[in-house]
Write a protein that binds this ligand. Structure first.
Ligand SMILES: [Zn+2]
Length: 304
């Protein structure tokens, strides 16, 4: 919770409204520049969310190429053969897979910070600490978060984090391009961002922009990131997403999943038949057209 934040994290906090420094108080924090007071929430999270509307200006370069590498492929993620961190004995939390964990960076020192942007109930804490990071959990509203914050206006100094995790968050942002700019700002040069974003999932009630492969690439590139991998989920297909998220409202999930099984089998057979007729390997294309979400791995260029 917020009142358990380390001094190292406190040193990196800024006012989400004006960017001024914060002073720690008994009630929370106050901004030395604009005087805003940021309280602890009822659950003890430091509430650094915006308290009033704030202007944020974006600029666009029209006509520039989207793909920095024209032959960039959008194939499913393969396990990293040279992982920096050994996760073989660590279970993957919900929404992450062993394939994704194999790309996690290792903390450079015991002072390295990582931001779990949209940390929810804190299920990524263990895998983040396993890589040697001090975990900083920020969420817009989850009571378990250390910090309540807005992804559009991150309450951290420039170049605070070595690693940002952003799992199934981007679709909830009203202005995802702003969040990407903010994530890029608070990441250290050569830092990494890893995340997932909804694609062919039903509406989440509060989701704004579900991202296609090109949409995700565009958002990352706009933020300033170099995209390393952008992969459709093999495990989370549109049919599984539908079965889990309301195709048969109120039905127990095992029954809903059993009902879609024949369609999944026929779907795979149909694509394989098409591949045989056209004499092309269509498996990668099949997964990309059928996925419920994309995984992205990108980095901030520069000299640290
Ligand atoms: Zn301020």
């Amino acid at each position: 919770m917020g009142n358990s934040l380390s001094n190292q994290v406190w040193d990196q906090l800024i006012c989400s409204d004006c960017g001024g420094g914060l002073i720690k108080t008994n009630q929370g924090a106050s901004c030395v520049h604009c005087g805003l007071v940021f309280p602890y929430s009822a659950s003890g999270s430091l509430d650094l969310r915006l308290q009033r509307p704030k202007k944020y200006r974006l600029d666009f370069e029209l006509g520039s190429p989207l793909l920095s590498e024209p032959d960039f492929n959008f194939n499913p993620l393969q396990v990293n053969k040279n992982p920096q961190v050994d996760y073989s004995n660590v279970p993957a939390p919900r929404h992450l897979t062993k394939d994704i964990l194999s790309y996690f960076p290792k903390a450079k020192s015991n002072a390295s910070l990582m931001l779990d942007l949209g940390s929810g109930s804190g299920i990524h804490k263990q895998v983040s600490q396993h890589a040697g990071f001090e975990w900083v959990g920020m969420d817009y509203e989850a009571p378990q978060a250390q910090i309540l914050g807005d992804g559009h206006s991150l309450p951290f100094k420039d170049e605070t984090f070595e690693f940002i995790l952003c799992v199934t968050v981007l679709q909830y942002l009203r202005y995802p391009l702003v969040m990407m700019r903010e994530a890029h700002r608070v990441l250290k040069p050569n830092g990494k961002i890893i995340g997932t974003v909804a694609f062919l999932e039903p509406s989440h009630g509060t989701s704004f922009y579900h991202h296609s492969h090109l949409g995700t690439y565009n958002s990352l590139q706009y933020g300033g990131f170099k995209v390393e991998h952008l992969a459709p989920s093999k495990e989370w297909s549109v049919l599984i997403a539908l079965a889990n998220m309301g195709l048969f409202h109120g039905m127990p999930r095992p029954i809903a999943q059993a009902l879609i099984t024949p369609l999944q089998i026929f779907h795979k057979f149909w694509w394989q038949l098409g591949g045989l007729i056209s004499r092309r390997n269509v498996e990668q294309t099949r997964i990309r057209h059928f996925t419920g979400s994309f995984t992205f791995i990108a980095s901030k260029q520069g000299v640290s």
